[in-house]
Design a protein around this ligand. Structure first.
Ligand code: BGC
Length: 752
């Protein structure tokens, strides 16, 4: 075998090259896209497969590799991919939850752990990180996203790439990252999954591009294009954004794969027949075709005859198609070389597979991550649970749940490995639990069926609702305090799980109302896959924690927060709306001509049927918000100078923060920027940086930030090929504080 990509390419026939572009599923999971995949074995024997995803064990990957090598004249190896979205066997909290930790070292550590476990299973590439910024809680894939903010998402993307790939993707225990879904997949119309995004080009580059830029700069070896169209061109055919921006502008040199039957779906998007859409996808820079086998079916004829189709406007000569096939095939082979597979096709595939259960180290990390992701939103002094003898009623459909708390997209995870909240609380000294589910997750039988599409995770209690609530209320009356774990089912969020109304389902709201009436102190933990509108719940509860779906250590991690064994330090990576209809939503939205000061007056930008308050603009709980068990006192922000700053200058800004309580805690000091006068409307506040200060009781720490002109720049663009970064001299406001709403202003002026 020739071990260099160029030599291998030169030795291959066109058919063999096309085979390298074929990315097939192992066939062990649920088919989700358009059309069925062809039996894999037949393709392997014919040397017509470039890579396989979704293999369930190292042994089965090894068998496929042997078969592929035997079927290829040149011994071209497969690579193996898998969806490792928030951990592999050790399932960590959902990405949206991990992002709420604002702790990039922790995020990197979880990614590195996931990479080791995936590599042990024979995986070479993971379809992660998902870095789609999303401001729409209706969209189910918010669960997989790092949230609403481009700066936080960019840091998250880089941390994941570092954790997955390390310094060398071919090193033991490392895998190739795949940045997805390129681009603006998080901005579908109406929050409906797969729907198209219509947005200004400047918004695309300002909001959706930064995590891809950061991921590429961190060295990500691959990327996946998104299902949706952006401004009417489907991303699988978007040459200006894929070849133009991602490769040309960012200098990305890795592999681009399609999403699941994404090439096939170009036909449904209305771009033409199979031949026309295949030619467009390949030309756009989609190197591999996942599942649909449209490249395999259409490229041989295209390479022979070319295409000239007036209806779809697609024209390529045969020679041009052959050159595009060469380009894509070379990228596949270079990717395999980078993975070390040309030198050793059995890399990561030898020997026995590892044990299925998470290790003790994995569990400890998962537990820490679950605690670090749980955002304390309200606390009227009932948390942490007091020590000494205490009887707690533990209620709610998720209080003793494994199947849902593992969270969506946990393909190698095993729900039996999840530790529940009941298990997390049991055995804590002095604590007696009285358990009752109190409500079903949802009440509609058809919805139960949909939520159980990947197997039963929702098992409704057949008793009448009144009986279930009465049991929970009776438990509450016997207890000193009530802890309610409510929220969403696993598949309530995730792919193709958009919701019209992102709120707590009705039976659970009725349970909370009944519990509140008992007058017992009420702690509500919301375990969900998306930001939910929680106004009623927040009103009823004495303490409220947004705990998300926490993975294998969901229960103990949350229990650590409730008992105070760990200090709450998470901050919202996406705002929680004040009402389910208040979406999309972001702290960074641009001001209108009629800004709303949070007080009702007709003819202002806002909601007639939403009570007055700051939530009118940035939600019930804004981006960056989260409490601790201690309180932090922020001093006045200070700057070296305020004026006379020029293009080359750097400005140091600082703020002192004191832990004014009697417990340790971590304060996340956030720096936002607004540019009140510019050539275009700018975000109300845009996160620029943050510092996490770990402070002992009474301790004062200092957060310092450096501002330069780079930080003042923003993108303008009239089209996909036209991104330029500008800044407008004059006045700026820096906002320093504990979240996007409660920050102190510091006015500065910068001249050209
Ligand atoms: C998803 C991707 C995923 C792929 C392979 C698609 O449906 O959109 O995120 O990586 O399937 O499983």
């Amino acid at each position: 075998m020739t071990a260099d990509p160029e030599g291998l390419l030169a030795a291959m026939t066109v058919e063999e090259k096309i085979g390298q572009l074929n990315l097939l599923p192992a066939g062990e999971g649920m088919a989700t896209g358009a059309g069925d995949a062809t039996p894999l074995a037949e393709r392997l024997d014919a040397g017509l497969v470039g890579a396989v995803f979704g293999v369930k064990s190292r042994e089965s990957a090894r068998a496929m590799q042997e078969r592929a090598l035997a079927g290829s004249r040149h011994g071209a190896p497969l690579y193996f991919a898998e969806d490792v979205i928030h951990g592999h066997r050790t399932v960590f909290p959902l990405p949206i939850a991990l992002a709420c930790s604002w702790d990039m070292a922790l995020i990197e550590e979880t990614a590195a752990h996931a990479a080791r476990e995936a590599a042990e299973d024979g995986v070479h590439q993971v379809y992660a990180p998902m870095v789609d910024v999303s401001r729409d809680p209706r969209w189910g894939r918010v669960a997989e996203s790092p949230g609403e903010d481009p700066t936080l998402a960019a840091l998250y993307a880089a941390a994941c790439v570092r954790g997955l790939q390390g310094a060398d993707v071919a090193a033991e225990g490392r895998v190739a990252a795949c940045l997805k879904h390129f681009i603006a997949y998080g901005a579908p119309q109406s929050g409906r999954d797969y729907d198209n995004a219509s947005l200004g080009w400047a918004e695309l580059f300002e909001v959706h591009a930064p995590p891809f830029r950061a991921g590429v700069e961190a060295g990500a070896a691959s990327a996946m294009v998104a299902f949706n169209a952006v401004n009417r061109t489907p991303m699988h055919a978007h040459a200006p954004l894929v070849e133009g921006w991602l490769r040309g502008r960012l200098g990305f040199e890795g592999l681009v794969v399609s999403d699941y039957t994404g090439v096939r779906e170009l036909q449904a998007h209305g771009l033409g027949d199979r031949a026309a859409t295949v030619a467009r996808a390949l030309h756009a820079g989609v190197d591999m075709d996942m599942v649909g086998e449209d490249y395999l079916a259409a490229l041989p004829a295209l390479a022979r005859d070319g295409i000239d189709c007036a209806e779809s406007g697609v024209r390529f000569t045969a020679a041009e198609i052959v050159a595009l096939i060469d380009r894509a095939c070379l990228r596949v082979l270079r990717f395999k070389q980078r993975l070390g597979l040309l030198a050793d096709p059995f890399r990561s595939l030898r020997g026995e597979g590892p044990p299925r259960a998470p290790s003790a180290t994995g569990r400890a990390l998962a537990r820490r991550a679950a605690g670090a992701s749980a955002v304390l939103l309200k606390n009227d002094g009932v948390l942490p649970l007091r020590s000494g003898p205490l009887t707690a009623a533990l209620v709610g459909p998720l209080a003793d749940d494994r199947a849902n708390l593992i969270g969506t997209w946990s393909v190698a995870g095993d729900a039996a490995q999840v530790r529940t909240l009941r298990e997390g609380l049991e055995g804590r000294e002095g604590l007696t639990l009285i358990c009752a589910p109190g409500a079903n997750l949802v009440e509609e039988p058809w919805l139960v069926d949909r939520l159980n599409c990947h197997g039963p995770t929702v098992r409704p209690d057949p008793r009448p609702e009144a009986e279930m609530i009465a049991e929970a209320v009776a438990a509450a009356r016997l207890a000193d305090i009530v802890i309610a774990a409510v929220g969403e089912a696993k598949e309530h969020a995730g792919e193709a799980s958009s919701r019209l109304s992102p709120d707590l389902p009705a039976p659970q709201r009725r349970l909370i109302a009944a519990l509140a009436k008992t007058g017992r102190p009420l702690v509500v933990a919301v375990c969900a896959g998306r930001p939910l509108a929680l106004a009623e719940v927040a009103e009823a509860a004495d303490a409220l924690v947004m705990a998300w779906h926490g993975g294998v250590e969901a229960g103990p991690g949350l229990a650590d927060i409730l008992t105070g064994a760990a200090e709450p330090s998470a901050r919202l990576a996406a705002a929680l709306p004040a009402h389910p209809g208040q979406t999309p939503l972001s702290h960074a939205a641009e001001p209108t001509g009629r800004p709303n000061p949070g007080r009702f007056r007709k003819f202002l930008t806002g909601w007639l049927d939403l009570p007055d308050g700051p939530g009118q603009t940035d939600g019930l709980y804004p981006f960056g918000f989260g409490l601790a068990y201690t309180t932090f006192r922020h001093g006045a922000p200070q700057a070296d100078r305020r004026e006379g700053l020029g293009e080359e200058d750097r400005l140091a800004v600082r703020i002192d923060v004191t832990n004014a309580g009697d417990r340790p805690g971590v304060e996340t000091v956030q720096l936002y920027l607004s540019d009140p006068v510019a050539r275009s409307t700018r975000p109300a506040r845009a996160l620029k940086a943050f510092r996490r200060l770990s402070l002992a009781p009474g301790e004062t720490g200092r957060a310092t930030f450096e501002i330069d002109v780079e930080m003042l720049r923003y993108p303008l663009a009239d089209g996909p090929e036209d991104e330029r970064r500008v800044w407008d001299p004059g006045a700026f406001t820096l906002w320093l504080g504990p979240n996007s709403r409660d920050a102190q202003a510091l006015e500065i002026a910068w001249r050209a």
